[in-house]
Design a protein around this ligand. Structure first.
Ligand code: ADP
Ligand code: MG
Length: 328
């Protein structure tokens, strides 16, 4: 079974950034209000994610490392309407098969009542021992791919790997303003993002994650039609040093890459602004969950809208109008 985990790990765990993504999704699913990500050496030496969520109980701790152990769905019907980010019960098993993994967790308010479990590569005899920890969970992943040298060889420089980690962090921190976030690399704090409830607080977060230039040249919008709401920030043509990768789109709080969405934005942008400009945006589409299927594929960030045409037209006309007014 450990070998199966290592094979499965190839799908989930490509590089440090994919580990961060999975661990942070678990922290979000646990209802955390504060998530800290700590990285050493681009993630190849250490990836630590600490949260203040529900925690994992003593008896569930070893189970959480075994394959297909998920607490998130119990039936196929549930899979249909699944609201949590992870539901396959594969991430922790896969990650632990290619690293030295330590899990410390506490479901109790008393910080003395925590538990720890350790797994190392294929050797998996997770003994649970008492360990103090505030309510919530810390997952420490050390020496990623230490036992799969071929995969370790594929890791790029520390800087490149950390770049991917930061990008993953950026998406997740933009997806949830109701969570406070911290990102550290080699003991240095790069992002410290308190809960953001007001417009000012949200813009402060944007500034930290995307830079001052993005915000200085962006238009704020918030348009609601029927059960559809589009809000967020779109870059204006004055945004001369627009970075090609500053494109973030969230549907009901989830990162989404979708052709229909991309097309609608590009069309509106091209129509109103200069040709050849690269659209930059941080946009949130909130829709009735009944008209969208977000779990087409758990890792590919795809969505399927019941009425794609309507969503496309709503996005296009909302952006077209907002950009047109800004230009006039
Ligand atoms: P999945 O998220 O698909 O259920 P994972 O392998 O990512 O599978 O996690 C396995 C299980 O471990 C989860 O279903 C959850 O019960 C538990 N778990 C993992 N991380 C956390 C966390 N940060 N807080 C609380 N529970 C967690
Ligand atoms: Mg998960």
């Amino acid at each position: 079974p450990r070998l199966a985990n290592q094979i499965a790990a190839g799908e989930v765990v490509e590089r440090p950034a994919s580990v961060v993504k999975e661990l942070v999704e678990n922290a979000i699913d646990a209802g955390s209000t504060r998530i800290e990500v700590e990285i050493e050496a681009g993630g190849s030496r250490l990836i630590k994610v600490r949260d203040d969520g529900s925690g994992i109980s003593e008896e569930d701790l070893p189970l959480s490392l075994s394959r297909h152990a998920t607490s998130k769905i119990t039936s196929l019907e549930e899979l249909e309407g699944v609201a949590s980010l992870g539901f396959r019960g594969e991430a922790l098993a896969s990650i632990s098969s290619v690293s030295r993994l330590e899990l410390v967790s506490n479901t109790d308010e008393d910080p003395r009542n925590g538990w720890r479990v350790v797994a190392e590569g294929r050797r998996m005899e997770p003994r649970v021992s008492p360990a103090p920890h505030p309510r919530g969970t810390s997952v420490l992943v050390r020496d990623l791919f230490f036992n799969t040298p071929a995969r370790r060889k594929f890791l790029r420089t520390e800087k490149t790997e950390f770049g991917h980690v930061e990008e993953s962090f950026r998406r997740q921190a933009l997806s949830r303003f109701d969570i406070g976030w911290v990102l550290r690399h080699n003991q240095k704090t790069l992002h410290q993002l308190p809960l953001a409830q007001t417009d000012d607080e949200r813009e402060r977060r944007l500034k930290s994650l995307l830079g001052k230039n993005f915000l200085d040249n962006a238009l704020t919008l918030d348009i609601e039609v029927g059960s559809l709401r589009l809000w967020g920030w779109v870059g204006l043509p004055t945004h001369s040093r627009a970075q090609a990768d500053q494109q973030y789109f969230f549907v009901n709080g989830r990162v989404v890459r979708d052709r229909l969405v991309a097309h609608a934005i590009r069309q509106a942008y091209r129509d109103v602004l200069f040709h050849g400009r690269h659209p930059v945006f941080v946009l949130y589409l909130d829709v009735d969950p009944a008209v969208v299927d977000v779990n087409v594929h758990p890792t590919k960030h795809e969505v399927r809208f019941r009425d794609g045409r309507m969503v496309h037209d709503f996005l296009f006309s909302s952006l077209h109008r907002a950009l047109g007014e800004a230009r006039a």
